[in-house]
Design a protein. Structure first.
Ligand SMILES: [Zn+2]
Length: 156
């Protein structure tokens, strides 16, 4: 974000100017004029930085409420509505454990599920999945132990 770059630049300039002033003071120079100029520059930079920090915070607050407006309906929707509005390919039912799973990562080579989050209720799993999809978080890819050992054998 542009504002982030500006505040970072200002912070660095402020830091450098403070160091410069410190150096001038240590020199014990009688050049009060120069020192005063540096002090004024620091004061200006500080107030500028405060303005940008305020703007940054304001933008964060706006984003926060935008996200909240998108998350909120997920807690009101029922199972049927959620099922209609999200992609379900990463949701599964574990028959043995009688739990609902949401895939967190797959094996890149064989496609096996490596990690999943489990829920006792379908609705919980759907909400969790919906939240992830809303934030644009897809399952990760990794390599399972079998495929890893297979690749080692292939290399040897
Ligand atoms: Zn694998």
């Amino acid at each position: 974000m542009l504002l982030g770059i500006i505040t970072k630049k200002l912070r660095k300039e402020l830091h450098d100017t403070r160091k410069l002033l410190e150096r001038e003071k240590q020199k014990g120079k009688e050049d009060a004029q120069e020192r005063q100029e540096l002090e004024i520059r620091i004061w200006k930079l500080e107030s500028e930085l405060r303005t940008y920090q305020y703007r940054e915070k304001h933008i964060r607050d706006v984003l926060k409420y935008e996200y909240w407006e998108r998350i909120r309906p997920l807690y009101i929707m029922g199972t049927a509505d959620l099922k209609r509005s999200i992609r379900l390919e990463n949701l599964f039912f574990d028959r043995d454990e009688k739990t609902w799973g949401v895939v967190e990562s797959y094996c890149l080579q064989c496609g096996k599920v490596l990690r999943a989050s489990y829920f006792s209720q379908e609705l919980e799993a759907l909400r969790y999945l919906a939240m992830k999809q809303m934030l644009g978080i897809a399952p990760a890819f990794d390599t399972c132990m079998e495929c890893y050992q297979e690749s080692l054998r292939a290399c040897a």
